[in-house]
Design a protein around this ligand. Structure first.
Ligand code: UDP
Ligand code: MG
Length: 338
């Protein structure tokens, strides 16, 4: 039997928080009579986090652990957790006690009863230093404008998903900040938001500094680019390649025409040799860049051909096919509980 809930928790050096966090989760979920599993992914911690996870799991098998071979980052930890879930609803939360397990039942309800496919927490009142909250506002504003998804807090660690969603998205690099965008491109557009309590970090320290502002925007550029051109990269490279090539071509025709004119028609020698004119070099550069872009476009097309998998065209429903044909995901939730 699939549990109603899978809770996925990325863990990187959070030994002090784990006992308190897991007890709290157990209390809340048992009070609400959920069937559940908690999957903790140790992302290469150097403290005793893994020993803690083993201890917790030995006391209660609903708590499980996966240990990554080294620190791969939060996205990798989440993706690993997603692969292991079997719940009808999946909740992600941070391990540092900044997210409250008390929010879980309401998030669960929004997925099961209100029909959302993804619900993102919104840390409306944030317990973080200003050096974090100000960049974060800017970041959220830009992401909101560029993605068209009306969320206030993209990067909130506390999120809820319909179980099938996490099986059909791929989170890599530092892309966990853009999961709503990735989900939207897979066709999961029923995205909601819920104000959640945010608590100060009690133990340990934050794993993210100022650097994430810069890398965050680079990631946004890639995620927008990939979302738009993944299946037709030639549309991007080919377009700017053609423009560049055309400019080079026009310049070349002009230079060549002038030379021919002076040689065969007017007889007056041109003032400068072709190689002494700036236009010649511009033409050269534009032609080379143009053809390079075309080649890049072809390469990208080849790559995207290879990468086409079932994940690119998700099937959401079927009729007339046997159960085991076209299974794209874990079994769909059959009835809503509670
Ligand atoms: N985390 C992780 N791998 C990393 C960095 C962080 O699994 O490389 C986990 C961390 O243990 C925590 C969550 O991701 O559970 C969020 O990290 P943190 O609290 O440091 O981020 P902040 O709340 O300061 O944005
Ligand atoms: Mg935190």
């Amino acid at each position: 039997m699939n549990p109603e809930l899978s809770v996925v928790i990325p863990v990187y050096d959070e030994e002090e928080s784990l006992p308190e966090l897991t007890q709290w989760i157990r209390r809340v979920l048992d009070d609400h009579d959920f069937t559940f599993e908690v999957i903790m992914i140790d992302d290469g911690s150097s403290d005793s986090s893994w020993e803690q996870i083993v201890k917790i799991s030995n006391e209660d098998r609903r708590f499980k652990g996966l240990r990554l071979n080294r620190n791969f980052g939060k996205s990798a930890a989440l993706q690993t957790g997603f692969r292991a879930t079997s719940g009808k609803v999946v909740i992600t939360m941070d391990a540092d006690l900044q997210d409250s397990p008390d929010e879980i039942p309401a998030l669960y309800n929004m997925i099961v009863n209100d029909g959302y496919q993804l619900v993102s927490g919104w840390k409306k009142v944030r317990r973080d230093p200003l050096s974090k909250t100000i960049p974060s506002r800017l970041f959220n504003y830009v992401t909101r404008q560029l993605s068209g998804i009306k969320l206030h807090d993209f990067n909130c660690g506390l999120k809820a998903y319909a179980g099938t969603v996490v099986k059909n998205i791929t989170v890599y690099g530092e892309m966990h900040r853009y999961i709503p965008l990735i989900a939207k491109w897979a066709g999961y557009t029923r995205i909601g938001e819920k104000v959640v309590e945010h608590r100060p970090r009690k133990y340990g320290r934050t794993k993210y500094g100022f650097r994430r502002l810069i890398t965050g925007f680079l990631d946004l550029a890639s995620v927008l680019f990939v979302g738009r051109f993944r299946q037709k990269p030639m549309h991007f490279f080919g377009t700017i390649g053609s423009v560049s090539f055309l400019i080079g071509f026009i310049f070349t025709v002009k230079l060549f025409g002038e030379k021919m004119y002076s040689l065969f028609v007017s007889g007056v020698p041109v003032k400068r040799a072709i190689t002494e004119q700036p236009l010649f070099y511009l033409a050269l550069v534009a032609l080379i860049i143009g053809s390079q872009l075309f080649l890049t476009g072809f390469l990208a097309e080849l790559l995207s051909q290879q990468a086409v998998s079932k994940k690119d065209y998700l099937i959401s429903e079927k009729i007339g096919f046997a159960d085991e044909q076209f299974i794209t995901t874990v079994p769909a939730p059959t009835r809503s509980v509670r």
